[in-house]
Design a protein. Structure first.
Length: 265
C-alpha cells in the first residue's frame, strides 16, 4: 500500500462502495464495479472498471490505485493478476451478518475512520436487534429463498440469518451454512417437500419471473405457489453482503413476511 490511509481505492464489488460512501470517504474511490448502484450518484461519479468475475485490468492499473478491494474466491484470478502487477489487494470473504459487520469495521479502520465505522456497525446491529426483538407472529412463515434458478440455489448464510431475524424460518438452513453456491443447489422435489409458505427470489443479474417459478412441475402443491406468494427482492438489496442487506434487504423480507400474515388473518 503506497499510502496510508489509501488515497486511491478501486472497489470491485458493491458493498465496499456503499460502506465508503456511508463513512464519507467516497473521494478515495477512483473506480467501481459496474454493479455498484448505491448510492445512486455513484454511477455518475465513478468510472466502472469491472463486472463481477471479470475486470479491465489495464483500466484499473491506469488509475494507479493504492488499494483494490475484492470479494470472495470468485474474484481470486482478478486479485492474483493485480497482485502480480504490484497492486495491494484486500479480499473480503464475509458470508454472514457478523462478517458483514466485521468488514465495515475493518474497512473503516483502513481508511482512518475506525470510530465512524464502529458507530455505523453499531447502528446496524441495533437495527437488527430491534427487529429481532419485536413481536413474532406464530406460526412463523416458512421461507424458501432462491438465489438462482438454473440450477436452483438456496440462500446464503446472511440471507438465512436475515429471514430468521425478520420472523421467518429458512426451509434450507443447512444449505445456508455452505459458502459455495454449488453446495447450495436444491432439487425441485426438495422444495416441494419443504412446503414453503413464501418464496423470495433474487436472481443476480436478471429479473425474477414469478410465473416461471409457479409453473414448475408439481409446484402447484407448494403453499407459496398456491397462494401467489412469490416475491422478488432486487439483488442489489440482498445479494451484496454489506449495508444494503442489513437495511433495505431486511426491510423487504420483513414486509413480505408481514404481507403473508395479513393475508392469513
Amino acid at each position: 500500500m503506497r499510502a496510508f490511509p489509501p488515497e486511491r481505492i478501486v472497489c470491485l464489488t458493491e458493498e465496499t462502495v456503499e460502506t465508503l460512501y456511508l463513512l464519507g470517504e467516497e473521494d478515495r474511490i477512483v473506480g467501481v464495479s459496474g454493479y455498484a448502484v448505491r448510492p445512486k450518484r455513484v454511477r455518475k461519479e465513478k468510472p466502472r472498471v469491472s463486472a463481477f468475475t471479470s475486470a479491465d485490468i489495464p483500466k484499473i492499473l491506469a488509475l494507479s490505485p493504492d488499494l483494490v478491494l475484492t470479494f470472495s474466491d470468485l474474484q481470486a484470478d482478478i486479485a492474483a493478476e493485480l497482485i502480480r502487477a504490484g497492486v495491494t489487494v484486500v479480499a473480503y470473504n464475509q458470508r454472514d451478518v457478523a462478517g458483514i459487520l466485521a468488514m465495515i469495521r475493518h474497512l473503516g479502520t483502513m481508511v482512518g475512520q475506525a470510530q465512524q465505522a464502529e458507530k455505523l456497525a453499531d447502528r446496524f446491529e441495533r437495527g437488527l436487534s430491534e427487529i429481532a426483538a419485536g413481536p413474532v407472529r406464530h406460526p412463523r412463515i416458512r421461507v424458501y429463498f432462491e438465489e438462482w434458478d438454473t440450477p436452483m440455489i438456496s440462500g446464503i448464510k446472511w440471507v438465512s440469518e436475515l429471514i430468521e431475524i425478520a420472523g421467518g424460518i429458512d426451509v434450507f438452513p443447512a444449505c445456508a451454512d455452505e459458502p459455495a453456491a454449488t453446495n447450495r443447489i436444491v432439487s425441485s422435489e426438495q422444495v416441494i417437500e419443504a412446503a414453503p409458505d413464501l418464496i423470495l427470489a433474487s436472481w443476480c443479474g436478471k429479473k425474477v419471473r414469478a410465473e416461471k417459478i409457479a409453473s414448475r412441475a408439481g409446484w402447484e402443491a407448494i403453499p407459496a405457489v398456491r397462494h401467489g406468494r412469490i416475491i422478488e427482492i432486487k439483488s442489489p438489496l440482498i445479494l451484496q453482503p454489506g449495508p444494503a442487506a442489513l437495511t433495505d434487504g431486511l426491510d423487504a423480507i420483513v414486509a413480505a413476511i408481514a404481507e403473508c400474515h395479513q393475508a392469513d388473518t
